[in-house]
Design a protein around this ligand. Structure first.
Ligand code: HEC
Ligand code: HEC
Length: 422
């Protein structure tokens, strides 16, 4: 589709997000360091946070910084129940052939999502040798007994190690079926680390130990700063609709290049900046993330859910404005929830972004910090009061996002009935 809109530069061949446009963005991403550098700079919401500073210093600087790292196409197998060694003859994750069709890009991205190691992880290696701990901390297995999101791989030094992949946090297992994109809300990273330190007697900072004990399942502090700002692992549905990525809206997303760069830099950063993923794999991963669809729900539309939909349109759609019911970021002070993550030194922007609401009824606990256990609580006035006791973070009020909490019960019930159909 061609567009004669004035504001579009002449070099852009097609309607944004059309297949032709995505291809053109991809080819520039793959071939030009200057293009990548510009795309990176355009994607950083707050150039002053450490996330931005690391990237500005090292990304897309031709011949230097992260561009100079060797590419790594690992030999990696999904972790089987018997924890076997990866054979020296095992094939690399990618056969080196660039995909030709959107379907091929998505299929390659799926491999990256499940099998490209972010890094070796002694914690999970320890846990799989203690199956009870593995079970308790959310290291789930599929029907074949393989651990979802864990791999056995040949590390850069030639040793076989256990590694973690995207699927550890961003896929869950329900009745033996793997639901990709649905957050692993059983994964208890803090507990796993504490168990590891107890068993190995490896020292741990007592303050960090105290904090890790409070994270609980489905929450982790993924930023390497001193701020105490653990976040809930989000679902990855409807990402393509969002103009900003992460809950604090750290990354502006006007092009898939923004997501490809996020994934390229996440993978090389997690791996201690020793190697970088081939960019074809970073692009494939982004295409796979956009393709993620939730399991179907029974859309039982009733007069009540229709009434809930109208209430939402009137009171909520101002912020939850896109097709996935997410929207552009806003000042954290406006929504009024705890601002620690929004203002964090690592990825802070001062903002929070309304998350997508696809399958929101299965996405508890709610808000960026996972402080609210149910939708009923999210919209109940009790949550805002001093006598509130049901937050997984401990007793006391959970302030902010007060929308709907002052409605009559019948309206709140209709709203929730509608949210359950999304
Ligand atoms: C240890 C758990 C963990 C692993 C492993 C992990 N993530 Fe995440 N991911 C998170 C958390 C927690 C957040 C929320 C961060 C925030 O909003 O500040 C997140 C956020 C994201 C987002 C932004 C979502 C949004 O709503 O804007 C994307 C995209 C994403 N992750 C993709 C990936 C991919 C791809 C991989 C593999 C390369 C990966 N993640 C590995 C925990 C993890
Ligand atoms: C002024 C803008 C704004 C309005 C109005 C608004 N929201 Fe939100 N909503 C947000 C933001 C921002 C967040 C993320 C806040 C955070 O995580 O701290 C959010 C989070 C949520 C969540 C949590 C989702 C999750 O997965 O954790 C739900 C559910 C939600 N909103 C539904 C609604 C409903 C229903 C209404 C109307 C009654 C509404 N919102 C009105 C901005 C808004």
């Amino acid at each position: 589709m061609w567009c004669a809109c004035k504001e579009r530069p002449a070099s852009s061949p097609a309607e944004p997000w059309s297949e032709a446009w995505v291809e053109s963005e991809r080819e520039q991403y793959l071939s030009s360091a200057t293009f990548r550098r510009q795309a990176l700079l355009a994607s950083l919401q707050n150039p002053a946070n450490t996330y931005s500073q690391q990237r500005v210093a090292s990304y897309g600087v031709a011949g230097k910084g992260w561009d100079a790292l060797p590419e790594w196409n690992p030999r990696s197998v999904r972790l089987p129940a018997d924890l076997s060694e990866v054979s020296d003859n095992a094939a690399s994750l990618w056969n080196g052939v660039k995909p030709k069709t959107p379907t091929e890009w998505v299929a390659l991205g799926r491999e990256v999502f499940f099998a490209y190691p972010l890094r070796a992880e002694p914690l999970v290696e320890f846990a799989v040798k203690h199956p009870e701990l593995a079970l308790e901390t959310g290291l789930e297995r599929d029907k074949s007994g393989a651990y979802v999101g864990l791999v056995s791989f040949k590390d850069i030094d030639g040793r076989t190690r256990t590694g973690i992949t995207c699927a550890l946090c961003h896929a869950s297992v329900q009745d033996g079926a793997v639901v990709t994109g649905q957050a692993r809300r059983t994964f208890d990273y803090g507990r796993l680390r504490l168990a590891y330190h107890q068993e190995t007697k490896e020292p741990v900072d007592p303050d960090l130990a105290r904090r890790m004990a409070t994270w609980g399942p489905g929450r982790a502090d993924v930023t390497d700063d001193v701020d105490e700002d653990p976040v809930a692992i989000p679902d990855l549905f409807g990402l393509r609709q969002q103009t900003a990525l992460t809950q604090a809206g750290t990354i502006r997303q006007t092009t898939p290049v923004a997501l490809a760069i996020r994934q390229e830099t996440q993978l090389l950063h997690s791996n201690h900046e020793r190697v970088r993923p081939p960019r074809v794999l970073a692009w494939a991963l982004a295409m796979y993330l956009y393709s993620l669809e939730p399991m179907p729900v029974a859309h039982a539309r009733t007069a009540e859910t229709e009434r809930g939909a109208r209430l939402f349109a009137r009171h909520c759609a101002e912020c939850h404005s896109n097709q996935a019911y997410g929207g552009p970021p806003m000042a954290a002070a406006r929504v009024g929830t705890d601002a620690a993550l929004a203002n964090g030194a690592a990825r802070g922007t001062g903002n929070y972004r309304p998350p997508a609401l696809i399958r929101v009824s299965q996405a508890a606990p709610y808000l960026h910090h996972g402080a609210v256990p149910t939708l009923e609580d999210l919209f109940s006035p009790e949550r805002l009061s001093a006598s509130y006791t049901r937050s997984p973070l401990g007793p006391g009020p959970v302030p902010g996002h007060a929308y709907g909490t002052d409605w009559p019960l019948a309206d709140r019930t209709a709203l929730i009935a509608w949210l359950q159909t999304l």
